[in-house]
Ligand binder design. Structure first.
Ligand SMILES: *[C@@H]1O[C@H](CO)[C@@H](O)[C@H](O)[C@H]1NC(C)=O
Ligand SMILES: *[C@@H]1O[C@H](CO)[C@@H](O)[C@H](O)[C@H]1NC(C)=O
Ligand SMILES: *[C@@H]1O[C@H](CO)[C@@H](O)[C@H](O)[C@H]1NC(C)=O
Length: 430
């Protein structure tokens, strides 16, 4: 396979600052009315990750894509068998190309094998390497609408001729997925592109389902009747989204900031008592370390060891006060209990946020039923070292803790609205 895709066999790379031109300059004006784009979200029981489904190209091919709040763009596997007659590669140096790298291929031409093509990242923080493909434009079918003019990245994974499965760009993702649906704060993420195209403020909501049910993501919130988000909006509270000034992904571009979503957790409370953790761990330092981010690629909340230890200790203490019967740990969890001793009385965990609001993590989001009669606190030790990044975040709020919570990311005002568990309002993401 002759495709000279950008595969970097390093865990991390650092890029020099490059200038970028505006995407909006080349977006054709559109007369279509703003629509909410509602995508289904499903949970994969074996990885505990979430995925959605979109159609791409001509003829339309459906792809399941893992949902990644840290993902810069939408990328998919345009393998050997895939072709699309409507695919247009973005040429190097053209106005829509903001990357200085260029990829080429000697043919036969198809998506994933085009010459003189603008490079685009295809990152997966669960993979061992950083991958890249070509930037292209093709039809994307989102909630029954055929949308043109959207940029995405595709890589022909068959072309990597790697035999080891864990070397794949798809490593760690649900088995039935073929790429990533990125929702990060970036110009190439679909919410940003759709908002620009429809002249709306970029805003999307996310409601992750608990197992076997279907949740949704609403990529563009218009004030439209029947918008499922509208019904639930009465339950939400709001906190600022913080910009970490240092890139937190595998690629560090000098002068750029992180495209992930951070919130300012001021304190963590267990049954009303403030956890004793160093304040410096909760804030973001000059090198981008510390702070709290929200991740859909971490199935469970990961606490940096110095936060994890006191958290588990205090939780166990409160659990014992409440007469929960502790049982043997079940990896990766430590605090496990006899389910019959729980009876709706697990200690209450609150995140105290900027603006004085509290995100209460209710029982369904705290506990994981790991086997018959055993439920564990679904938090894991995140260690002290960064993974696929130059920075270490103290608190990574993971998927289990987000299930059945409505989250609305408003990128224009840089605010996050969240509902805490909808189950307590007899509602859910399904
Ligand atoms: C994103 O687009 C805006 C305008 O649409 C531009 O000002 C900004 O520099 C772009 N950022 C990046 C990182 O490309
Ligand atoms: C892919 O489709 C395009 C357009 O239909 C065609 O020109 C091209 O030869 C096809 N490539 C391959 C490898 O079949
Ligand atoms: C690919 O592009 C390079 C540089 O633009 C050019 O020299 C080469 O002939 C092209 N190859 C094909 C097969 O078009």
């Amino acid at each position: 396979m002759a495709y000279t895709s950008v595969i970097m066999h390093f865990f991390l790379i650092s890029l020099a600052l490059f200038s970028v031109s505006s995407l909006s300059a080349t977006q054709p004006p559109t007369t279509t009315k703003p629509h909410p784009f509602i995508l289904p979200i499903r949970k994969d029981p074996s990885t505990n990750l979430f995925y959605t489904s979109v159609g791409i190209g001509t003829p339309r091919t459906n792809f399941n894509l893992a949902i990644d709040l840290a993902g810069e763009n939408l990328w998919y596997d345009c393998d050997t068998h895939y072709n699309s007659s409507s695919y247009t590669p973005i040429q190097c140096g053209s106005t829509r190309c903001t990357d200085t790298a260029c990829v080429g291929c000697n043919g036969p031409f198809k998506p994933g094998c085009t010459n003189n093509t603008c490079a685009a990242s295809a990152t997966n923080s669960l993979a061992k390497f950083i991958f890249g493909g070509g930037l292209g434009e093709d039809f994307i079918f989102i909630s029954q609408q055929k949308v043109s003019g959207l940029l995405s990245s595709c890589i022909d994974i068959d072309g990597f001729s790697s035999t080891a499965e864990d070397d794949s760009p798809l490593n760690g993702l649900p088995k039935n997925t073929k790429g990533i649906f990125g929702l990060a704060r970036s110009n190439l993420s679909l919410p940003t592109q759709l908002a620009l195209k429809n002249k709306l403020q970029p805003k999307f909501s996310l409601c992750l389902p608990s197992s076997n049910k279907q949740g949704f993501t609403n990529l563009l919130v218009g004030s439209i009747a029947g918008d499922p988000f509208h019904e639930l909006s009465k339950f939400v509270q709001t906190t600022p989204l913080i910009v970490n000034p240092v890139p937190t992904g595998a690629i560090s571009v000098q002068g750029a900031s992180s495209i992930e979503y951070f919130i300012d957790v001021k304190a963590v409370k267990i049954d009303g008592n403030v956890l004793n953790i160093k304040p410096s761990l909760l804030s973001i330092d000059k090198k981008g370390n510390g702070g709290t981010k929200i991740s859909t690629i971490s199935p469970f909340t990961e606490l940096q060891t110095s936060v994890y230890k006191p958290f588990i200790r205090d939780f166990l203490k409160k659990a014992s006060d409440r007469k929960l019967k502790r049982v043997e740990s079940v990896a990766p969890f430590e605090a496990c209990f006899d389910s019959s001793s729980i009876k709706n009385s697990v200690p209450r965990v609150d995140l105290v946020l900027q603006g004085g609001v509290q995100w209460t993590i209710h029982e369904a989001n705290l506990m994981v039923n790991v086997k018959k009669n055993v439920a564990c606190l679904g938090f894991v030790d995140g260690g002290t070292e960064p993974r696929m990044s130059f920075t270490k975040t103290s608190i990574v709020i993971g998927g289990h803790q987000l299930e059945d919570n409505l989250l609305v990311f408003d990128l224009a005002s840089s605010k996050l609205s969240f509902s805490s568990s909808l189950l307590v309002h007899s509602a859910s993401c399904s």
